[in-house]
Ligand binder design. Structure first.
Ligand code: AMP
Length: 386
C-alpha cells in the first residue's frame, strides 16, 4: 500500500558502528555541544547528562535528563562508556566518582575538589610555588577585620564555594564596606583576597594526555565586564617568550600535581611583569573557543584526544585570533557573515539577561587585520550586558 496524500514516510535512523568510542559527559551546555561538534567527525559517539531537557548538546547526541549528582541518572549516562568527562566545574565530585564504577573518569575528580573551593585552590597554587593574591579564610564575622588587616585594602570577599562569573563576591574598598560585605555573604565559608591592581588578565590553556605528554596553547588576553568574559585575544598582545614560559610552568605544575588528563585552563593576572593565578577550570574553557578556527587542533579535539588516550594534536596557532562573547542577545547572523574571517557560533539557548548565548571568532594573518575584524565584529555584537 502506497503512502496517501500527506502521509509521512518513517524516518530511519542509522545505528552507529559498534566499535566507536563513547564519551559520556556530565553537563550538556555549550561546552558539551562544542565537544560533540569536534568529536562527531572523528567517529566518536556522545551521551550527555544535564538537568535541562533543552540542554544544547541534546540536539547532537542522546541526552539523559537529571541532576548531575543523581546516581541513577549517572549510571544511565556512564553505562557502556569508553570514558566519562565533565564540562562544568560545579559537577558534584561524588557524582563524578560514581561514574567511575562504569568507566575511567578523566580528568580525575580530584581536580573538582580543588576547583570547587577557592581556599583549597589558592593553597594548592601556593604549595606548588605559584604566585597568588594575598588571601585569608573567613568563617566568622569577628575574623573579618583581622583578615582585612592581613591582606590590606582594597580587598574582595568571596564565597569559597559556588561562585562563578563574579557572583558570590563583594568589594571591600574601605572599612565602611565591611558590614555590607558580611551582610551580603556571611554565613557560609568565605575567603578574603587582596585586590590585585593587575595590568591585564590572561589565561593559559594546556592539555595533558595519559602518558604525561603536555602541550600549551599561547597565552590569551581576556577582558571582562561585570565579571563575565567579553573578549579574548590570542595570542595575547605583546606576549614575550618569558611570559609564555611562566604561564606554561604554572599549567604544567598543576597538571602534574593532579595527574591530570584533558584540557585545563588557569586564569591569571599579569602584575608587575609576573603572573599570579586567580583560578583554575578543570575543563575546556571560554577563553579557548578561538582554537576552533585559530589553532591547528582545537581545545575540544585535544580534550577528546587526551581522555581517549590518543596522541595530542598541535597547539600551534593559525594566524591571529580574537573571540567575542554574545551575552543576553545574539547578533544578526548576516551582519556577522559580512565580516571577512568571522565565525559565528550559536549555542541555541533561550535569551536571558547575562547569559552566554554564543560567540564570534575572528582570524586573520596579521595582528592589525585581526584587530580590524575584531572592531567590525564588536560593532555587530551588542557588547553591553543585557
Ligand atoms: P573570579 O570569579 O575569581 O574569576 O573573579 C571574577 C573577576 O573578578 C576576575 O576575572 C577579575 O577581573 C576580578 N577579580 C577576582 N579576584 C580578584 C583579585 N584578587 N584582584 C583583582 N581582581 C580580581
Amino acid at each position: 500500500m502506497g503512502l496517501g496524500d500527506g502521509a509521512v514516510a518513517p524516518v530511519m535512523i542509522a545505528t552507529a558502528p559498534v566499535n566507536s568510542p563513547l564519551v559520556s559527559v556530565l553537563g550538556g551546555g555549550q561546552l558539551g555541544r562544542m565537544l560533540a561538534l569536534a568529536g562527531l567527525p572523528l567517529g566518536i559517539e556522545f551521551r550527555f547528562l544535564d538537568p535541562s531537557p533543552v540542554a544544547g548538546a541534546g540536539t547532537l547526541a542522546p541526552l539523559v535528563v537529571g541532576d548531575l549528582g543523581d546516581v541513577d541518572r549517572i549510571d544511565e549516562l556512564a553505562q557502556g562508556a569508553t570514558v566519562v568527562t565533565y564540562e562544568w566545574e560545579g559537577v558534584p565530585a561524588d557524582g563524578a566518582r560514581a561514574a567511575a564504577r562504569h568507566a575511567p573518569v578523566r580528568p580525575d575528580p580530584r581536580a573538582l575538589d580543588v576547583a570547587q573551593d577557592r581556599l583549597v585552590e589558592k593553597e594548592t597554587f601556593q604549595r606548588l610555588g605559584i604566585g597568588v593574591a594575598p588571601f585569608v579564610a573567613v568563617d566568622e564575622r569577628a575574623e573579618l577585620e583581622r583578615a582585612v588587616d592581613a591582606v590590606g585594602m582594597p580587598a574582595i570577599l568571596k564565597t569559597r564555594r559556588g561562585g562563578y562569573d563574579g557572583k558570590g563576591q563583594h568589594a571591600i574598598d574601605t572599612a565602611t564596606d565591611i558590614d555590607a560585605a558580611w551582610e551580603a555573604l556571611g554565613g557560609v565559608p568565605l575567603i578574603l583576597e587582596g585586590r590585585i591592581p593587575f595590568t591585564r588578565e590572561l589565561s593559559v590553556l594546556a592539555v595533558r594526555c595519559l602518558d604525561g605528554d603536555t602541550r600549551c596553547y599561547p597565552l590569551v588576553q581576556n577582558e571582562h565586564a561585570d565579571g563575565i568574559l567579553r573578549v579574548s585575544t590570542a595570542p595575547a598582545p605583546d606576549l614575550t617568550p618569558e611570559l609564555q614560559a611562566e604561564g606554561e610552568a604554572i599549567a604544567t605544575r598543576l597538571l602534574d600535581e593532579l595527574e591530570y588528563v584533558g584540557v585545563l585552563a588557569v586564569e591569571l593576572f599579569e602584575h608587575e611583569g609576573r603572573l599570579l593565578a586567580n583560578e583554575l577550570a578543570p575543563r575546556v574553557h571560554n577563553s579557548g573557543h578561538w582554537t576552533i578556527e585559530g589553532a591547528e587542533t582545537s581545545q575540544f579535539e585535544n580534550h577528546l584526544r587526551a581522555i581517549l588516550g590518543m596522541p595530542l594534536g598541535s597547539t600551534e596557532t593559525r594566524g591571529y585570533s580574537a573571540m567575542v562573547n554574545c551575552i543576553g542577545t545574539m547578533p544578526d547572523a548576516d551582519a556577522v557573515a559580512s565580516v571577512e574571517g568571522a565565525y559565528l557560533h550559536d549555542y541555541l539557548k533561550a535569551p536571558r539577561s547575562g547569559r552566554k548565548l554564543g560567540h564570534v571568532t575572528v582570524v586573520a594573518d596579521t595582528p592589525d587585520a585581526r584587530d580590524e575584524r575584531l572592531h567590525a565584529v564588536k560593532e555587530v555584537v551588542d557588547l553591553h550586558l543585557r
